[in-house]
Design a protein around this ligand. Structure first.
Ligand code: SF4
Ligand code: SF4
Length: 472
């Protein structure tokens, strides 16, 4: 019996999985999933990682780099701060490149490592499996107790447990909503709103309640359906994955033909003892032995469950493991194929380009243009004068006194009015004259080069036009 026969065998029992998602029954009704609490090394790793991620998520709005927020995405005021660096709408090109890099990274990463992101770092999975689900296990017990509680008639125990659970769920949803709001308006503003009298922010509170209710609904009711029915990333899996992608896979070569554990092992049988533990722990209710499926969020629960069983019956673990279907069929164990190296190289190049653009990004953006509608005029001693308007965007958090020098050709800059001093995160405007001797002109239109200085530091060089009479 070869590996293809084993795959057919693995699929034959439950071909119905192709017709509908596991959480919808034949009548189209929701099937509520009661996953058994996972136990094992991968679950422990994920738990530790979730502590770090949850800490970063909740502490993020209060973290500072150079006294500025680590992340602020104030869409309303078009103010964006990432790692303490302020980004303006003028930096839109960086945003576009970052988006392209992000999308390419996701595409490439997924084609190599499958839904690793979903299982380990996606906020939906981290909140659902590492926060809400754990609270549920703590209050209602493991899967069988939860099932029993749901089926039993309303009594004191049920009312007590359900009330406590839903109050905590709503409080957590409210906290999540407020944390996300802090990423938009900033932690200082959020604290200001919280400490103000409640009736001065009634409207905002109502909006926050609606957001909290939405989160509460997702984590208490909608759950795995967010991954299987709503998340676009999940829906894209079928086009992003191929037989070389590393996903959580059942080793059908080793596992089939499956069968109950026998006292005297039958050499014809595979290692899967058909205990169903991998299905019991699955939060999306699928049988991974049917192969990669849309619902699988790569949460590793089935790996732990199967490893525990294999250890108990004295067989090698890793019957369910990170592997590609090609790897399982051929025995190839190499994770990094030439394709993976190629993809990784593209990704590294994109990240390098983005980093270069970010680190060479100017703190100040100056635009210098001839004053609209103005003409040149001649001063004594054959000096030609043009009037310019200047706009300086200060992207930093410091006050910036700005100075201009004419780099080319030889001439003078005469500032009109006060020197330009731009406040932090503001746009400064001003005017100046440029005076050139007649012999410096190259024609009706002469290109001039102006250096913009902050103190002694040259922050930008601007090329613009100077109008004058044609040289005789
Ligand atoms: S099949 Fe395994 S990895 Fe996939 S969602 Fe279910 S338990 Fe998690
Ligand atoms: S947990 Fe392992 S042995 Fe049990 S049914 Fe799943 S794959 Fe087979």
């Amino acid at each position: 019996m070869d590996s293809k026969d084993n795959l057919k065998l693995a699929n034959q029992d439950s071909a119905g999985y192709r017709d509908r998602v596991a959480t919808i029954d034949e009548d189209g009704k929701r099937t509520w999933i009661y996953p058994k609490k996972p136990k094992g090394k991968y679950y422990n790793y994920r738990t530790w990682l979730s502590y770090v991620l949850l800490f970063l998520m909740f502490a993020g709005p209060f973290m500072r780099v150079n006294s500025q927020p680590v992340l602020l995405l104030n869409i309303l005021e078009r103010k964006f701060i990432i790692l303490g660096m302020a980004f303006w709408p003028q930096d839109f090109h960086l945003f576009v490149i970052a988006m392209i890099t992000g999308v390419v990274a996701i595409l490439l990463f997924t084609s190599i490592f499958g839904r690793l992101f979903c299982g380990w770092v996606c906020p939906q999975t981290v909140f659902m499996e590492m926060l809400f689900r754990k609270i549920e296990y703590f209050i209602e017990g493991d899967a069988s107790n939860q099932r029993k509680l749901d089926r039993q008639a309303l009594n004191i125990e049920k009312i007590f447990k359900k009330t406590i659970k839903h109050v905590i769920f709503f409080a957590l949803s409210f906290l999540i909503g407020n944390t996300l709001l802090a990423y938009i308006i900033g932690s200082d503003e959020l604290i200001h709103i919280i400490t103000d009298p409640i009736n001065s922010h009634m409207q905002g509170l109502m909006v926050m309640m609606l957001f909290s209710l939405a989160f509460y609904y997702v984590f208490s009711q909608f759950r795995e359906q967010a991954c299987t029915m709503v998340c676009p990333y999940g829906r894209f899996q079928s086009v992003l994955l191929d037989d070389r992608s590393i996903v959580i896979s059942y080793d059908f070569v080793r596992g089939e033909p499956r069968g109950k554990l026998e006292k005297h092992p039958n050499s014809e049988k595979g290692d899967c003892i058909d205990c169903g533990h991998c299905i019991d722990v699955c939060p999306t209710g699928i049988d991974i032995r049917n192969g990669t499926q849309l619902e699988c969020v790569n949460c590793t629960a089935c790996m732990d469950a199967c490893d525990n069983i294999m250890t108990k019956i004295g067989r090698e673990p890793n019957l369910i493991r990170y592997a590609s279907s090609y790897g399982i069929e051929t025995g190839e164990t190499k994770i990094m194929t030439s394709r993976a190296y190629g993809y990784s190289a593209i990704l590294i190049i994109l990240i390098a380009v983005l980093s270069l653009l970010l680190f060479t990004r100017s703190d100040v953006e100056a635009s210098i243009l001839r004053a609209a509608g103005s003409l040149y005029y001649e001063l004594p001693s054959k000096v030609i004068r043009n009037l310019y308007t200047v706009k300086v965007v200060n992207k930093t958090f410091d006050v910036m006194p700005i100075r201009f020098e004419l780099a080319e050709p030889e001439g003078n800059i005469v500032i009109q009015g006060n020197a330009i001093i731009v406040e932090p995160q503001q746009i400064g405007k001003g005017q100046f004259f440029v005076d050139l001797k007649h012999q410096e002109l190259t024609g009706y239109r002469t290109t001039i080069v102006i250096d913009v200085f902050f103190g002694d530091r040259k922050i930008e060089t601007v090329h613009t036009n100077f109008m004058g009479p044609e040289n005789e």
